[in-house]
Design a protein around this ligand. Sequence first.
Ligand code: SF4
Ligand code: SF4
Ligand code: FES
Length: 236
Amino acid sequence: MSGDSFTFTIDGVEVTATPGQTIMEAADAAGIYIPRLCDVEGLRHQGGCRVCTVKASGRSAAACTQPAAPDLVVDNETDHLNTMRRHLVEMLFQEGNHLCPVCEASGNCELQAMAYRLEMVEPFRFPGLEPCRPVDASHPDIALDTNRCISCGRCIRASADVDGKGIFGYVGRGIHRRVAVNGSDLAHTDADINDHAVSRQVCPVGCIIRKREGFSIPIGEREYDHGLIGDEGDSE
Ligand code: SF4
Ligand code: SF4
Ligand code: FES
């Protein structure tokens, strides 16, 4: 341990952190996986999805935004927390249209992979909203299908903060909130296939589609086809 660094525990394992690090950053550095959907390496933290909720000295906290602190006692892998996370994931399935067998993101999709990790067997606890939104296929290289959107905001942060374009944003409120672009359609924006916002690591599901790349990685050879999200090598 050096300088200002300090220790705290996650599920009884001592972890070292430095001032300003979040619980999740310290966990990642220690090789401990905390489930997440709206957080991804390289983008500022948002704290929106709540899938990363842990108990920090008895209080619920989003691990991606909550700073680590000396002697904090963090619970992560508990039945209670994983049940809560599974309910959140079930709600995300019910808010969108998710037909995994015909989705080109299947096998690479973080929502699907999180459902497997959390042992979600059926999403029918809540009535489905069954949105029917038009797919924007106007751009020569990119398509946008917000029927699968989980409102993680990753495309919004990537486009604004990394690409400096601000192409994606939210419209509507409450359950009607959805992602839209800053033009009449994608073809009338500055979107480019080389934008970080449309790279495969940004959209965790199958909303932002890079045309002509759909099945370049065959089913069975995709990122989560051979192991759970968060297992060694898959942690973001
Ligand atoms: S986005 Fe993910 S969860 Fe939704 S249909 Fe596609 S593979 Fe399934
Ligand atoms: S389009 Fe993808 S990256 Fe953007 S908010 Fe929806 S799920 Fe997240
Ligand atoms: S990953 Fe922390 S709130 Fe989404």
